[in-house]
Design a protein around this ligand. Structure first.
Ligand SMILES: NC(=O)c1ccc[n+]([C@@H]2O[C@H](COP(=O)([O-])OP(=O)(O)OC[C@H]3O[C@@H](n4cnc5c(N)ncnc54)[C@H](OP(=O)(O)O)[C@@H]3O)[C@@H](O)[C@H]2O)c1
Length: 324
């Protein structure tokens, strides 16, 4: 089969397109003909050797696939021909993949394979972040940094679907359409976001800040919060890991909340099924139509990673591997 392989930690240009043996499912794995794969920020970090997981080289990139089941363990919920998405960790940028049965999920009939494949990772992370870690209540206001990106658009869509008012922060006007399409109520520039957020909330501030960027926005994000507001620490695309002066937290009863989706579900694998149940319902009823952003071929996976590294990515980046 064809696959995108990483042989050295040389960044996006080190990804090679080539021929490798087909994977063979074990007794607890589902075999999948891959139609779509996700391109995520951790894929970029993996090519640079900067991700917390360090698979042995060479390996096939790709942590989430979607496609059609070719084989399934006896007694599992899956049969040949089912449309599924699955978390593979690696091995997903290929024409065929295998996944543990507990990490494989049926795509609702109402959604395409590509839409369903966009959900595990960014949407599951943000459902966990907003609902479990952030305790989002209906009618609350959520400010989202990096709102046009994968985590950002997932945040905007899930917060909107759950009844929140969403203020999206973007760095350039060409990202405005992407966040409006995701359902943002307001779109504001990075420069002066604290003052605009205060104006838009009648001086009160927002209830939740979603922060996948970090860096020098952090203090102004805390200053944007309403009393009992929560700042969700998701990632550090801006480069620097911020520090917090804790007196700022007691003055206004604020929480800085860490979000580590993988660290949460790894010892609790059934949590993924619970999440899929909730997100499938949102998808089946049309309250969540996952946003498919720029789409690349397997041969052009390097271009997808460059787009992410150069801050051009909007929505969830995908590889199209087979016609659905
Ligand atoms: N905690 C978890 O469990 C978890 C799970 C999944 C992902 N993550 C992390 O979340 C972060 C965001 O992932 P993503 O998929 O949303 O990435 P993305 O699609 O590339 O979006 C990241 C956004 O960050 C902003 N940004 C600001 N400074 C940047 C810079 N120097 N370089 C690149 N982008 C910059 C950009 O928005 P503007 O240009 O509008 O500022 C960009 O749209 C990553 O660090 C990822 O590892 C964490």
């Amino acid at each position: 089969m064809k696959a995108a392989i990483l042989r050295t930690l040389g960044g996006p240009d080190a990804v090679e397109y080539g021929e490798v043996p087909d994977p063979v499912p074990t007794g607890s794995q589902v075999g999948i003909d891959v139609h779509s794969s996700q391109v995520t920020y951790p894929d970029l970090l993996l090519t640079q050797g900067k991700y917390q997981l360090k698979p042995e080289l060479p390996f096939i990139l790709g942590g989430v696939v979607g496609g059609v089941v070719t084989s399934a363990p006896v007694g599992s919920d899956f049969a040949v021909g089912d449309r599924v998405t699955a978390i593979t960790s690696t091995g997903g940028w290929a024409e065929k993949a295998v996944a543990d049965v507990g990490m494989t999920f049926a795509i609702p009939a109402e959604r395409t394979i590509t839409e369903g494949t966009a959900v595990p990772f960014n949407y599951t992370t943000m459902y966990f972040a907003l609902v479990r870690r952030g305790r989002l209540g209906a009618g609350e206001t959520v400010l989202v940094h990096g709102a046009a990106g994968g985590i950002g658009t997932a945040s905007v869509q899930i917060a909107s679907a759950l009844g929140a008012r969403v203020i999206a922060v973007v760095s350039s006007p060409d990202k405005v359409d992407a966040v409006r399409a995701a359902g943002a109520d307001e779109v504001i520039p990075v420069e002066g976001f604290k003052d605009r957020a205060r104006e838009l909330t009648g001086g009160r501030g927002v209830d939740i800040v979603v922060d996948p960027v970090g860096g020098d926005r952090f203090t102004d994000s805390l200053r944007s919060l309403a009393p009992e507001g929560r700042l969700l620490v998701i990632g550090f695309t801006g480069g620097d890991i911020p520090t917090v002066k804790v007196n700022r937290l007691l003055l206004n009863n604020l929480d800085v909340v860490g979000v580590g989706w993988g660290a949460f579900w790894t010892p609790r694998p059934t949590y993924l099924r619970d999440q899929w149940f909730e997100l499938s319902n949102l998808m089946a009823t049309g309250r969540l139509v996952p946003i498919v952003g720029q789409t690349y071929t397997l041969e052009n996976a390097t271009d997808a990673l460059h787009s992410m590294a150069e801050r051009r990515a909007t929505g969830n980046l995908m590889l199209s591997i087979r016609e659905s």
